[in-house]
Design a binder for this molecule. Sequence first.
Ligand SMILES: *[C@@H]1O[C@H](CO)[C@@H](O)[C@H](O)[C@H]1NC(C)=O
Ligand SMILES: *[C@@H]1O[C@H](CO)[C@@H](O)[C@H](O)[C@H]1NC(C)=O
Ligand SMILES: *[C@@H]1O[C@H](CO)[C@@H](O)[C@H](O)[C@H]1NC(C)=O
Length: 395
Amino acid sequence: MRFDLTSFITLALLAVPALSAPAPQRPGKPGKPGKPDQNACTNPQERKEWRQLSIPQRVDFLNAVRCLHQIPATRNNEYPGTGSDYEAFTVQHKIQTPWVHYTGLFLPWHRLFLREFERSLQEKCGYQGALPYWDYTIDSGSGKNFTIESPVFHPEHGFGGNGEFDKNVHDILAAQGTPDFWGGGCVKTGPFKDMTFTVPQERYFNESTAPRCLKRNFFLAFTEWTTQDKEDAVYEQTNFEDMEFMLEGGHIPGQWAALHTGGHFIVGGLMPQGAYTTAGDVWTSSLEPLFYLHHANIDRVWNQWQIQNNSEHLWDIGLKTSPRADNVFGPNEDFNFVDAPVTHSTPVDLGAFGGARNQVAVGQLLDTRGGASPEGQKGVLCYKYSQPPKPARSS
Ligand SMILES: *[C@@H]1O[C@H](CO)[C@@H](O)[C@H](O)[C@H]1NC(C)=O
Ligand SMILES: *[C@@H]1O[C@H](CO)[C@@H](O)[C@H](O)[C@H]1NC(C)=O
Ligand SMILES: *[C@@H]1O[C@H](CO)[C@@H](O)[C@H](O)[C@H]1NC(C)=O
């Protein structure tokens, strides 16, 4: 691309004030053993691509998300701005952000986080289905315009459309020589148009808790990162580290973007200071309801890599508990990172959020169908992914 993507993402990530406020919580407190979902996983629930749900099933899902947003927070409500159970998830994401992005815990931690979100929709809002995913490769590629064509953004039984045109955001981006943007403001269509959030943006909890809207800034040009060949490149990797870089984005020069960053920025646009959108703020992006479908897709691609070729990669894990680049989330010394390899016994947790069932080890999260690890750690999950509605990959 002609403009300098690196400087935008750097800006977005460096636009964090220095120093303390409640110290983000360390994940992986040595913990109580995890309480598995069930004793045996005989009937894994199937997570389907958005288009594979019937219209009533889509509406059920959207209603369940709205329901969670209407329940006063029962967890994490000691943090300012935790307005609802829905937002409590984002508070948890925010306080663990530096330990679960660009580290070996990125994939396992988000897998656990999604499962807890899915469970909350089911237990608190009567949702019967599984978490859907969004396979944006179907909406990407030459001649496609997801912003008008994809059922994901349908105004009634989808997530609504782009944010309103915001001239200020547009001018900030235009001044930096970016491609055309035509959103940037509040989403005014669809089931989330009246939703407001009070979790403060970015790293700290001392910023404004004034209610704010869901903001989007569709970024069509960035769908070059959400195409089928980018997904296929993930499957071609032969070890966990290379696969992870290819899926998450390396956060190293020359390898900023990937399916993961792609899914955030095609909805959220770029993020120089003053042009924040919901999906673009790494700390609080889970306020965007599409975050969950996007991350389910990332989880699906990881799972597909794990189980292709007779599950040869099912138990592969790697990277470290510290980010692979320095000062990604502010000065490293703010976070006391432990530079240890991630293994099957590395703890993964959701802090106080979710209780003992969410204090597990990596080895308990690698098989989505609940299988025990080679060391005999009990699996805690029980789901599988549908084959997405697109032509099967050749070879
Ligand atoms: C929030 O706290 C951080 C770190 O102490 C500080 O840099 C920032 O200026 C504070 N923001 C506000 C609005 O007080
Ligand atoms: C895609 O659709 C949007 C309307 O949502 C339009 O503004 C934009 O120009 C279209 N872009 C292309 C390349 O077709
Ligand atoms: C593993 O599966 C992928 C995707 O189907 C394929 O391209 C690759 O050749 C396979 N590798 C082996 C060793 O069978």
